[in-house]
Design a protein around this ligand. Structure first.
Ligand code: ZN
Length: 135
């Protein structure tokens, strides 16, 4: 079952620069980690207790985030919804023809299991489904 908005992913060219901007709003960095498989460095900034802003900086030119920025510029890259059963959610998405990019969950940042649904199915939004480690 979909439970809440988990985070909003924002593609940025420079992580330190982006962090500095969001800190001006009073948000604080909870952690920074590199996700090798996605070629991104990610900073998490909690907004309240449940939602995070996830700033995504490409670590190489062939990173999906680098390609996104090249095409569309910096900005919202994806919205992530939390689920309590990622396997089931992806199976359901497949049945409903929601163009899941992942048939089985993969490892995302923050030890979460994640899967993406293609923007062409989701009205222009790249949608991430994620199951947090303890959720
Ligand atoms: Zn994400």
């Amino acid at each position: 079952m979909i439970q809440k908005v988990s985070h909003i992913g924002i593609a940025v060219k420079n992580l330190q620069d982006a962090i500095a901007v969001y800190q001006k709003l009073g948000l604080e960095v909870e952690g920074i980690e590199t996700v090798e498989s996605q070629k991104v460095r990610v900073a998490f900034l909690p907004v309240g207790k449940e939602v995070r802003i996830e700033l995504l900086e490409p670590t190489s030119e062939d990173s999906p985030i680098a390609k996104f920025i090249e095409k569309k510029g910096q900005g919202i890259h994806h919205i992530a919804l939390a689920t309590d059963n990622i396997e089931n959610e992806l199976k359901l998405a497949e049945e409903q023809e929601l163009s899941p990019l992942d048939k089985v969950p993969r490892q995302g940042a923050h030890h979460a299991s994640i899967g993406f649904l293609h923007p062409r199915a989701m009205k222009g939004v790249l949608l991430e489904l994620c199951q947090e480690k303890d959720g």
